[in-house]
Design a protein around this ligand. Structure first.
Ligand code: ASP
Length: 431
């Protein structure tokens, strides 16, 4: 028997009903190293079904009969699971409290967190592991910021007496005990926290696909599964919309260099994707492409602006004041261009333009057409192939960034060209 310790996480589709929970339980039983478990809230059971978390968010904003009937529906989904698994768990008091919590404005995050909380209680009872509340493990500050160091200490302490435990994903607590959730998909982060706090050898992330795809299957037919990818590359692809694993989930793993294995609950023997700290030389090659619409390019023209640290700093400060972050900055001698998420700049265009004019006195400020960005990770030195793929489709690259030092290339294209560009890049670089 191997003497490893593993943290494992089951996503919403892997715990959507009693049958899937039983399947997840069998996966845990098949390997005694799987000691620390986190679960999402039950996800969709069929197309058109609704995730429990979405129902909870809806319940929070609904009133009167709508509120009661939604809570009824949520409760009956859990009750069905409880009765099919025949576990000695009752959520009657909890749902009574949920009614009370709503009335007393305990908060939206409290509501949302109950999906994971109930699921983990049922799951721990079914597999005979301890239940440890995430409120005792995951810490957020008064300002709502996640506190990694405090979290690591609290998690290690909360789990110190448990040989094996289930911790609900997605949430933690602020000073004073108010619950706070991560962003959507945040149970991935909880799994990584368990792996790091308990010095695990591996973090298995169980989902409903056999690993990380090298391109979005909605755009490319049957894309290859990525065998190995680095933390940085995964963060790049996830940021660009490749949604298997939350991009921040590798952060707690970095210092311990703990690998993540993305596995499919419906095909447990499939190899999956290994997310590792670094590539070894022989694994080089393009490993993935992901693209996202919704960016705008702001260009500031002024003689020698590209050599003026003071002007660049002023522009950045104006952005920071409005919560806008550029995902790509490039400068020529007389022009600086900044690519920003459109959602961040919309409605603030005039303010930004006026402030830049007042502070930096440019000759001109332009906000270009909407564009899409495509990240090609692991592309290393293959810039000429990237251009040739786009050229073959007569697609113009509106921006190129190959200088971020992580072996990735980011190209900007017109939004309408996004799908064609991804297909062409996939054919040239991966297929
Ligand atoms: N249940 C949450 C969501 O739907 C968190 C998660 O599943 O990771 O986003």
């Amino acid at each position: 028997m191997e003497n490893k310790t593993k943290a494992v996480k089951f996503g919403g589709s892997s715990v959507c009903d009693a049958k899937r929970i039983d399947n997840a339980a069998k996966i845990i039983a098949a390997d005694s190293c799987r000691r620390y478990v986190t679960v999402s809230a039950p996800g969709k059971r069929f197309s058109g079904d609704e995730k429990i978390t979405n129902m909870l968010y809806r319940a929070f904003v609904s009133t009167g009969d709508d509120f009661y009937s939604l809570l009824e529906k949520i409760k009956s989904r859990f009750d069905e699971i409880i009765s099919e698994l025949a576990v000695p768990v009752s959520l009657d008091d909890d749902f009574a409290e949920l009614l009370y919590a709503r009335k007393n404005y305990f908060g939206r995050d409290y509501f949302a967190s109950r999906g994971e909380y109930f699921c983990a209680r049922i799951f721990s009872s079914y597999i005979g592991y301890d239940f440890v509340d995430a409120a005792k493990c995951v810490s957020f500050g008064d300002d709502g910021a996640f506190l990694p160091e405090a979290t690591k200490k609290r998690t290690a302490a909360a789990l110190s007496k448990s040989e094996r435990a289930v911790v609900p994903g997605f949430y933690g607590s602020m000073p004073g005990g108010t619950l706070k959730t991560f962003e959507r998909g945040g149970s991935d982060i909880t799994g990584a926290i368990l792996a790091s706090a308990m010095n695990c050898d591996e973090y298995e992330n169980w989902t409903d696909v056999s690993g990380f795809m090298s391109a979005d299957p909605k755009t490319v037919d049957n894309p290859k599964t990525i065998g190995i990818i680095t933390y940085k590359e995964l963060r790049r692809l996830s940021f660009m919309g490749a949604g298997v694993l939350h991009e921040d989930s590798v952060l707690p793993l970095m210092s311990g260099k703990i690998p993540v294995i993305i596995k499919n609950t419906l095909d447990p023997d499939a190899v999956g994707t290994r997310v590792v700290p670094e590539r070894s030389g022989k694994e080089n090659g393009v490993c993935g492409i992901a693209g996202k619409k919704g960016f705008s390019v702001l260009r500031v023209f002024k003689t020698k602006i590209g050599t003026s640290a003071a002007d660049t700093e002023k522009i950045m400060r104006i952005f920071a004041q409005k919560g806008i972050y550029p995902v790509c900055v490039s400068s020529g001698v007389d022009c600086v261009s900044l690519t920003v998420p459109k959602s961040r700049i919309v409605g603030k265009e005039d303010y930004i333009r006026n402030e830049i004019c007042a502070c930096a006195e440019p000759s001109c400020v332009t906000l270009g057409d909407d564009c899409a960005l495509i990240a090609i990770v692991g592309a290393g030195q293959r810039l000429s192939e990237v251009f040739s793929a786009l050229d073959g489709e007569r697609i113009e690259a509106t921006s190129v960034d190959a200088g971020s030092g992580d072996g990735a290339i980011t190209v900007g294209v017109a939004e309408n060209d996004l799908d064609r560009a991804i297909k062409a890049l996939y054919r040239k670089l991966i297929k």
